[in-house]
Design a protein around this ligand. Structure first.
Ligand code: 5AD
Ligand code: SF4
Length: 461
């Protein structure tokens, strides 16, 4: 997620002049949104636009919004408001609001922001070039927000993907869109529609192109990525087999995927993690809560016990596997005892890392409409406590790595320490070593010399 605030974006040092033929995309939210933004950029580049680094300069400004929590929604509304005055300064600017908020709050966006030229929902990215061209010609407000009924029309509603021309060491590839789980706290089923799997051949073709350009690591994206292929089209393969097929593409050395759903974690998948050399020994498996009653109210169809069984099965089968998770605290009605059950589950399961969230009320979702919302201060208190519990575990787990050798794919120079480079191990631990930038893009063995909360320092073997 970009961390710039609306004010940072609007007030760079020295006000740059608007440049015709340019674009700027501001993205909030998940990796799927980052991917959509890349696709939007490719559409705009096909139309002849080139990127600039501030909204001041851009002729086309797109806000790719996120609805999963309230904060990114507030930020998007705030930036939309501030762009009204920028549009006075640069009347040729075309402003489009895209992404999840465009899907669920189009009318409000239009009502509060008449200066927005178009609103484009998540299912309709291919309409972008037409809307931009039309806005440039007519400067008329348009809205495109339909969420067509997708059941039974799996193929036609899957966006065609473009592969850029520049090499990327690590690439994200959506394999599934939408979600059919309807967890009661979650807005995604309304913003992204029903679950659809992309055709296997298309995925393999895209990854082949990426590999030809030099990509070594692929992360497969989907809301419940391991249910890939559930609505099997002819010629599609189930998720575990898809991993095998991708691993056969020359040049692809590592495969990750995010996020699987606990109940759909098949034995075939567990064995694939063990046996398929390219699949990394790391599983991000969202637990969301460590209390059975809360899980039921969240409509997560597993229990703490069955989650633990899956984790044990994976650990027993895959030596050295690491786990991370997502957890929400302060779900409506969550008692202190239920919160403590979550902390206990975290201590029992011992995740390597956890992404922790204070529950954010999403209007229109079953949990969002409940009256027993937990006060904000209480949610933040629980969040801080849970983070402490997890940090102690992470530190403790990481200490045991000192002296071990890890295989690291170096991806960048360390932003903090000159002369050091960094990358991720197969267990998805961040590792940093003294080394020359020539090694970026290559895999090497590293001996861990020091452990930290964020990962490891080490030396090249
Ligand atoms: N409030 C807080 N966190 C949420 N998530 C999804 N919906 C909400 C919400 N309403 C979290 C879940 C999910 C992650 C991507 O975002 O933990 O796994
Ligand atoms: Fe949201 Fe649940 Fe679907 Fe994940 S599985 S996207 S949390 S509804």
């Amino acid at each position: 997620m970009t961390t710039l605030s609306p004010r940072d974006l609007l007030a760079p040092k020295g006000r740059p002049e608007p440049k015709p033929g340019t674009y700027y995309i501001q993205t909030w939210g998940c990796q799927m949104n980052e991917e959509d933004s890349e696709q939007m950029a490719l559409y705009l580049e096909d139309l002849g636009f080139s990127p600039v680094s501030s909204v001041w300069e851009a002729q086309i400004v797109l806000l790719n919004t996120c609805s999963v929590r309230k904060k990114p929604e507030d930020k998007a509304f705030s930036l939309m408001g501030e762009l009204r005055s920028l549009k006075r300064y640069n009347p040729d600017m075309v402003l489009g609001v895209c992404g999840c908020m465009a899907q669920t709050r189009a009318n409000e966006i239009r009502h509060r922001n008449p200066h927005v030229d178009f609103v484009l929902g998540t299912g309709d990215l291919a309409l972008l070039p037409g809307l931009v061209t039309e806005s440039l010609q007519t400067r008329r407000f348009r809205k495109r927000t339909e969420l067509p009924e997708r059941k039974g029309k799996v193929v036609t509603d899957i966006p065609r993907r473009h592969v850029g021309r520049t090499a990327k060491l690590k690439a994200f590839v959506p394999i599934q869109y939408g979600c059919d789980k309807f967890c009661t706290y979650c807005i995604v089923p309304s913003t992204r529609g029903r679950e659809r799997s992309r055709p296997t051949v298309e995925i393999l073709e895209e990854i082949q192109k990426l590999a030809d350009l030099g990509t070594k690591e692929i992360t497969l994206l989907g809301q419940t990525v391991n249910s890939y292929g559930k609505n099997l089209l002819e010629g599609n393969v189930p998720f575990a087999q898809l991993l095998w097929k991708i691993s056969e593409i020359p040049g692809i050395e590592r495969i990750r995927y995010t996020s699987p759903y606990p109940r759909d974690f098949s034995q075939e998948l567990v064995e694939t993690i063990r046996d398929c050399p390219a699949v990394m020994e790391n599983v991000h498996l969202p637990i969301q809560s460590g209390d059975d009653e809360v899980l039921r109210e969240m409509r997560r169809v597993y229990t703490v016990e069955s989650f633990k069984e899956i984790a044990t099965r994976i650990r027993e089968t895959v030596p050295g596997v690491t786990f991370s998770t997502d957890i929400i605290v302060g779900f409506p009605g969550e008692t202190e005892a239920q919160f403590e059950s979550t902390c206990q589950a975290v201590r029992d399961i011992r995740f390597d890392a956890a992404f922790t969230f204070a529950y954010s009320t999403r209007p229109g979702t079953p949990a969002g409409d409940r009256e027993d919302q937990i006060p904000r201060e209480e949610k933040l208190r629980r969040l801080a406590h849970l983070i402490e519990v997890q940090n102690d575990i992470t530190r403790d787990i990481n200490v045991a790595y000192v002296g071990q050798e890890l295989e690291v794919l170096f991806d960048s120079a360390s932003p903090k320490w000159p002369g050091t480079i960094q990358g991720y191990s197969r267990e998805f631990k961040l590792v940093q070593v003294q080394g020359s930038e020539d090694r970026i893009g290559r895999i090497a063995k590293v001996k861990v010399t020091e452990s930290h909360l964020w990962g490891f320092s080490g030396t090249l073997v």
